[in-house]
Design a binder for this molecule. Structure first.
Ligand SMILES: CSC[C@H]1O[C@H](OP(=O)(O)O)[C@H](O)[C@@H]1O
Ligand SMILES: Nc1ncnc2[nH]cnc12
Length: 289
């Protein structure tokens, strides 16, 4: 029996959660470096919430500057069992227009400048990741979106680019031609690291634009993103409030194994493991080390 703690990562436009009660701001130290900001712990009704703005307050970090490992590590240290990631995304589908919340459940990783794992030389691990999103958490988020009257779609593939520049027209047409649904800059390696930390993960892509492919809408720029971001941010906060209302007190075991991903993942022989790396893994992998 594990007490559920709901983590929320706020993306562009979501730097706080105004409804949070009994809020404490906590500087959580991480052996993985500096997280994006102080974490804010509080309650929404009966649910414990831990909030972290991905880009930091004032949006000081770009997508390649974020220390994704430190962010996931501090959320784990705060007891987060279930994590909802809010993210502004572009859409490749005419029927997923700006304002739609898309609960994508597959990712394509096209990043190349980020640390993708807590593990490596001295403690090698390979987690299963065929189903990166936790279905029960996703079901709860979808139910909350429906109850809050937020237009949403369940399922889809989101490609994560390095950025920070948006895509060229050729890249956008290429991504669209693959049949992918969304594009963003932050789902990777966030979702991979959440899996390594045995945290159930649900991605909410809040559509702000049609990237560069749409002839009438014209190519994406920050002004367009910001225009839709503010309305999306209010809906994102409403979604979290509705989700927290009925969130179970106990973490629900994940049918795809998000919460026990390390059970058989570590392959380095016990006597060969590097004590310095093991010390850094205390929160993420303490359960199995
Ligand atoms: C401000 S537009 C591009 C920026 O917005 C998205 O951020 P997030 O995923 O944190 O909402 C996108 O990934 C880029 O980082
Ligand atoms: N079109 C786009 N490409 C990448 N990241 C985004 N975030 C919001 N819109 C985006």
């Amino acid at each position: 029996m594990t007490k559920a703690v709901l983590g929320i990562i706020g993306g562009s436009g979501i730097y706080d959660l105004p409804g949070l009660e009994a809020v404490e701001e906590i500087k959580v130290a991480s052996p993985w470096g500096e997280p994006s900001d102080l974490v804010r712990r509080g309650r929404l009704g009966a649910t414990d919430i831990v909030f972290l703005p991905r880009h930091g307050r004032g949006h000081v970090l770009g997508p390649s500057d974020i220390n994704y490992r430190a962010n996931i590590d501090v959320l784990k240290r705060m007891g987060v069992t279930d994590l909802v990631s809010l993210s502004a995304v572009g859409s490749f589908k005419g029927d997923l227009p700006p304002g739609t919340f898309v609960l994508a459940d597959q990712f394509i990783d096209r990043t190349f400048k980020r640390e993708p794992s807590f593990f490596g030389a001295g403690c090698v691990a390979h987690v299963a990741f065929s189903h990166p999103v936790a279905p029960l958490l996703q079901k709860r988020v979808a139910a909350a979106a429906a109850a809050a009257g937020i237009g949403h779609a369940v399922g889809g593939t989101s490609v994560c680019m390095e950025g920070p520049a948006f895509s060229t027209l050729a890249e956008s047409l290429f991504h669209k031609a693959q049949g992918w649904d969304l594009i963003g800059m932050t789902s990777m390696p966030e979702a991979k690291l959440a899996r390594e930390a045995e945290i159930a993960y649900c991605f909410v892509g809040m559509v702000t634009d049609f990237d560069a492919w749409h002839e009438e809408a014209g190519p994406v720029d920050v002004a367009l993103v910001m225009h839709h971001l503010n309305a999306n941010a209010d809906k994102g906060r409403r979604l979290v409030a509705r989700l927290a209302r009925d969130f179970p007190a106990e973490h629900e075991p994940c049918p795809v194994g998000s919460d026990r991903a390390l059970e058989f993942a570590i392959v380095t022989a016990k006597e060969q493991r590097d004590p310095a790396l093991l010390a850094k893994l205390d929160a993420v992998a303490g359960r199995v080390l």
